[in-house]
Design a protein around this ligand. Sequence first.
Ligand code: MG
Length: 356
Amino acid sequence: MCFVAKKHINSQMQLSFQALLLELKHPFRLATGMRTHTNAMLATLSWNGLTGYGEAAMPPYYGETHQTAAAFLEMAARRLQSVQQPLSPALIDALLHEIDGLAPGNHAAKAAVDIALHDLWGRQQGKPLWTIWGIDPDRMPPGSFTLGIDTPEVLREKLLEGADFPILKIKLGSDDDRGIIRTIREASDKPIYVDANQGWTGREAALDLVYWLQEHGVQLIEQPFHKNDLESAAWLTERSPLPVFADESFQRLTDLPLVASCFHGVNVKLMKCTGLSEARRAIAAARQKNMQVMIGCMTETSCAISAAAQVAPLCDFVDLDGCWLIRNNPFDLPGLQEGKLQLTTLPGLGLHVKTS
Ligand code: MG
């Protein structure tokens, strides 16, 4: 695949986009289903010879498709065409507010616009976003590598693929969660985050399992019960020896008041919360409520991963491995050093389009 933005010398802002099927290296099995591809839309936003990149990654359970994203991005493109001046934080905020109001939902498509606007703004400034925002790259937490629900053979293969990551994120909610953890523990003593993806039922059984998981080096639990079963989440959170995080129960900033009393923490993802602008507000708001914060991802290219990495040092836990799980990433992978994502001095998101 070749994805190279054309240089537009144009004082009008031009948003273009291209549908992609991100091919997963392994079929990805969760408690909620299996898939081999993730639909994505790559966006470019050009102004005066500079181009910013954006991305919508659309796993099927959130309902967005290439068609819905294309229809939304067409509307956004018409709005952005009237922009004839360099971007500023106030202008980006105003544009994103308007674009959010164009249609309900479309969170990933909105994130594509948000990410492209921020990348372009950083390029106009000649600085990376983390520098502009005064974020300390030394505060980057170590990253985790995700293993879906699989056979012991495939799990062992994936452990090797994730060798550069110091933490494992294990998907549970299977018929044999303890068996999966035992298989992992035969091959690795790395710390583990567990993501049940809404797959647990029964509060007492879940609590027993959490205590067992703690004995096996698990450090946190994500989305134990169905996203709407906040009562069970609150019950477990009150009793759990491990922090319990909301993922599917927490989409956007407006969900925070509801989940704050039911979970210890939230998993913030750009594709759920419409991009960097709202992610930064959500992280700050969660902090104000004394909640822990994970920054997570879908299976995404380096574009969305690099965007999330800009704010990752503001979070406690980093789960940004999506671009390592796909075969056809149009961009170079971000750097990893001692298991931590590296923030570079390149402007904007710091992306490099692959040349081969
Ligand atoms: Mg999750």
